[in-house]
Design a protein. Structure first.
Length: 202
């Protein structure tokens, strides 16, 4: 009889981890929602890179990386950005905590399946993988920017400063990642439209 594994039961708890804990939200966002959005955007950025800029990126791997990029927060919780990046000491210590949490998750997998998931949690050091990871990071920032836009459109001014800070970070990434610039110009503007505006009735 096979031994049981806690991996997916643990990962399923992402839906209980709320983001933006220090801020008043008009609508709470959980880690599952955020991770799905990051996965979709990361995949889209890779497709843009391959189709328009001659890259050879693995969009499916980018999507999986996006899905699991914050899985450690199931164990650590979501550390608010102002605290997480308050200084280099806190930032480096938290990275170690995140890494240990990832190792705990991977250790809960059966031995024969673990290598496939290690490739997602611990990417190879190829040029393509390094570039792909930058796009996943950009997708993470874009998802945060979208959250700020949605909150501001709902009349919540609490996210005003977060929008400015996040937009600045995204613009910096776009300066060296043309895929991000394309997303900003083509796909970001419709966020905040009503459903009837997004899908006009015939």
């Amino acid at each position: 009889m096979m031994e049981t594994s806690n991996f997916f039961a643990t990962v399923s708890r992402m839906k209980y981890i709320e983001r933006w804990a220090l801020m008043r939200n008009s609508r709470p966002e959980n880690l599952s929602e955020h991770s799905l959005e990051v996965a979709m955007i990361a995949h889209a950025l890779c497709v843009i890179g391959n189709v328009r800029y001659g890259k050879n990126l693995d969009g499916e791997k980018a999507a999986l990386t996006g899905l699991y990029h914050d899985a450690s927060e199931i164990i650590t919780g979501d550390m608010p950005t102002p605290v997480k990046y308050a200084n280099s000491g806190i930032r480096n210590a938290y990275k170690e905590v995140e890494s240990e949490a990832d190792m705990k998750l991977l250790a809960s997998l059966p031995d024969d399946l673990r290598p496939a998931f290690e490739e997602i949690f611990e990417p190879e050091d190829t040029e393509e993988d390094r570039y792909m990871r930058r796009l996943v990071k950009a997708a993470d920032k874009l998802s945060a920017l979208i959250k700020c836009i949605e909150e501001e459109n709902s009349g919540n001014r609490e996210f005003r400063t977060a929008y400015e800070t996040t937009r600045s970070s995204v613009d910096q990434l776009a300066a060296s990642l043309p895929e991000v610039q394309d997303f900003l110009e083509e796909f970001l503007p419709p966020y905040g439209k009503t459903l009837d505006e997004l899908i006009p009735r015939s």
